[in-house]
Design a binder for this molecule. Structure first.
Ligand code: FRU
Length: 494
């Protein structure tokens, strides 16, 4: 915990806290009109009120209410000294913006209150985050900080609880905390001195004093020889009796159709032995096959569901090229997805509460698809859910054209599923992402004004992306290279 001196320092800095809050609220108010007039503003996704949003943080259900915090730079559509913004929801569908939770106003977080997590203990909510500090020579320091809240409304920084252990560079961040039997555990994304990515485990019996147990995954720890130079945002949880480690590795080379994005987000499945501090796990699998998906975080709710939300964005991409920056905001969260482990694979299903969004709907049974792309009555729009079920084994290539901007294609010969879109960087180049798919049974598509999320075969594969079609292009059409029969349902979303 902080020493007396440091506490004094923190008190002096609290003027800065007030000032930063005031400036952030001023920016929200000043830009409100310009932000809200953006036709690409999303209808049912979490977005920043102004500025840049990145990772989901502190995702928790507390006292029956879901809390979702987020990395936020209120002042620019670029990365910078992050705040924690805060949304709450009773149903994972309708979100209310709350007061700012954390500002980068203390000596231990002056260059950013970076990512972290939440846990409930003795009726209180505790947050753990990384205090990012850079000195005048741009050298980085990292501190893991604890925050206490008695009500989920007021938050008090309690100070630094973990300093950088030996063996790691200051790329040591994003604490995720949970309880297992009688101990609390914290997993941190790290880079060891040999510049390889690691997931590091710590243990505590009181949330304040943490013992460094060591790396449980990463290069030369388990099966990986080399797996990127840094792992961000680890999250370790049990699913169906197995221990799933989700993380976002940086530095993987493209591998065939996989690892095509600058950075990845995925998981391994295995078993943690908490006594010997060992994690035996299998291969890495990308969680999402689309263009923008990163730094996901999960929580378990009172229905026992493991729910994940990801950042519908990527670090170090062409932020300057997103059209929303003219309207002073950038990025969003994915929809909340329930995770299931089926045959060793993590499936993602949009949470059932999202059905509340459904307005007027149509159902076209046993539609015969052919070479000529056909539009269907009621299946059009920019804020829409579409569900396509195949009725027989697909033997011909099927294409779904979306708003003259993106296409979903299943090729049963190559057994590949593809999402393509027009690049937002030049508005011309067609970019593609793929995944292997043995069989196509169903495609569930969530369109929002400028995003697409595609859940294939009940969540076996997922593609997530931002799309920026012409705002008047609302057409959706379906085609197949030979006869294919499908049932198509669609709902306007509210
Ligand atoms: C991942 C990340 C985290 C860090 C945060 C800073 O996108 O780089 O590792 O804590 O974003 O905003």
């Amino acid at each position: 915990m902080v020493s007396r001196n440091e506490t004094k320092g923190a008190r002096i800095m609290s003027d800065l806290d007030q000032q930063l809050r005031k400036q952030a609220y001023e920016e929200v108010n000043k830009q409100k009109e310009v932000v809200e007039s953006d036709p690409y503003r999303l209808a049912y996704h979490v977005m920043p009120p102004v500025g840049l949003l990145n990772d989901p943080n502190g995702f928790i259900q507390y006292d029956g209410v879901y809390h979702l915090f987020y990395q936020w730079n209120p002042f620019k559509t670029e990365h910078g000294a992050k705040f924690w913004g805060h949304y709450t929801s009773k149903d994972l569908v309708h979100w209310e913006h709350q007061d700012i939770t954390l500002t980068p106003s203390d000596w231990f977080d002056k260059n950013g209150c970076y990512s972290g997590s939440a846990i409930e203990h003795d009726g209180k909510m505790y947050l753990f985050y990384t205090g990012n500090v850079k000195d005048e020579n741009n050298n980085r320091e990292t501190y893991q900080v604890m925050v206490e809240s008695k009500d989920g409304v007021h938050f008090e920084k309690k100070g630094v609880v973990v300093h950088l252990p030996e063996g790691y560079t200051p790329h040591f961040r994003d604490p995720k905390v949970w309880k297992h039997e009688e101990f609390f555990y914290m997993i941190i994304g790290a880079q060891s001195h040999d510049e390889t990515g690691k997931a590091v485990l710590l243990r505590s019996d009181d949330l304040e004093n943490w013992e460094h147990l060591g790396a449980i995954a990463g290069a030369h720890v388990g099966p990986f020889e080399d797996f990127g130079y840094m792992w961000e945002c680890p999250d370790l949880f049990e699913l169906n009796g197995q221990d799933v480690l989700v993380f976002s590795p940086q530095g993987l080379e493209p591998n065939g159709i996989y690892y095509q994005n600058l950075y990845q987000a995925g998981y391994v499945v295995g078993n943690v032995d908490y006594d010997s501090v060992q994690y035996k796990h299998g291969d890495f699998v990308e969680l999402d096959r689309g263009f923008e998906f990163y730094a996901p975080q999960t929580t378990e709710d009172d229905k026992g569901r493991r729910i994940m939300i990801g950042w519908l964005g990527l670090p170090e991409e062409r932020e300057d090229a997103h059209p929303t920056i003219e309207h002073k905001w950038i990025h969003a969260m994915t929809l909340p997805r329930e995770l299931k482990l089926i045959d060793g694979k993590v499936y993602q299903l949009p949470v059932e509460e999202l059905e509340q969004l459904r307005g007027e709907g149509v159902k076209h049974e046993a539609v015969e698809l052919g070479e000529k792309a056909q539009a269907l009555e009621g299946v059009e729009g920019d804020v829409l859910e579409i569900n396509v079920e195949t009725l027989e084994t697909v033997t011909n290539e099927i294409t779904i054209h979306i708003r003259n901007h993106a296409n979903l294609v299943y090729n049963p010969i190559d057994k590949l599923f593809k999402l393509d879109r027009i690049s937002y960087v030049d508005g011309e180049t067609v970019e593609e992402r793929f995944c292997h798919l043995q069989q196509l049974k169903s495609v569930r598509i969530f369109l929002d004004t400028s995003s697409i999320e595609v859940f294939i075969n009940g969540g076996e594969e997922v593609f997530t992306a931002r799309i920026y079609p012409d705002v008047n292009e609302n057409g959706i059409s379906f085609a197949a290279e030979g006869e294919e029969k499908v049932t198509i349902e669609a709902w306007k979303l509210k």
